[in-house]
Design a protein around this ligand. Sequence first.
Ligand SMILES: N=c1c2ncn([C@@H]3O[C@H](COP(=O)(O)OP(=O)(O)OP(=O)(O)O)[C@@H](O)[C@H]3O)c2ncn1[C@@H]1O[C@H](COP(=O)(O)O)[C@@H](O)[C@H]1O
Length: 128
Amino acid sequence: MLLQVEQVGVACHTGARSCFYRSVDLGDDSLNYRREVIHEVYRSILDRKENPKDGSYTNYLFDEGVDKILKKIGEESSEIIIGAKNDDHENIAMETADLVYHILVLLAEKNMPIERVKEVLTERMKEK
Ligand SMILES: N=c1c2ncn([C@@H]3O[C@H](COP(=O)(O)OP(=O)(O)OP(=O)(O)O)[C@@H](O)[C@H]3O)c2ncn1[C@@H]1O[C@H](COP(=O)(O)O)[C@@H](O)[C@H]1O
């Protein structure tokens, strides 16, 4: 006998419609990126702030100050817009990486933990 049911409301104790809403880390070696790369980059930035290093671009930004960091965020945002208008996907990826990096430098400059941003994004999720 086959029963077809129509779900009403949530099924998971977390309040989600289904229990199957989280991705599982299967240790997939075929990925050509590091899952925690944004955290790792943020940690490198914090480390540069604590332990300045000769030739570090991050330290150059900290030394120049917040206005320089904000200027770079403006520049990188504009470059994403140009990449998108040209439908240049590789360029969009490069400029987005630049923007994310400069935003992380701004968070570090303002002594803001990246976790605060994650909290805001989590609060905004419809299904937690
Ligand atoms: N993810 C990045 C990263 N992304 C972009 N950039 C730098 O951001 C700059 C953006 O390029 P632009 O052409 O816009 O700027 P520019 O002409 O070099 O410099 P400006 O005079 O315009 O500021 C380049 O110099 C890139 O090297 C980065 N520099 C550092 N990181 C990370 O920060 C870590 C520490 O790096 P250092 O501080 O350099 O040791 C590294 O291991 C990386 O993980």
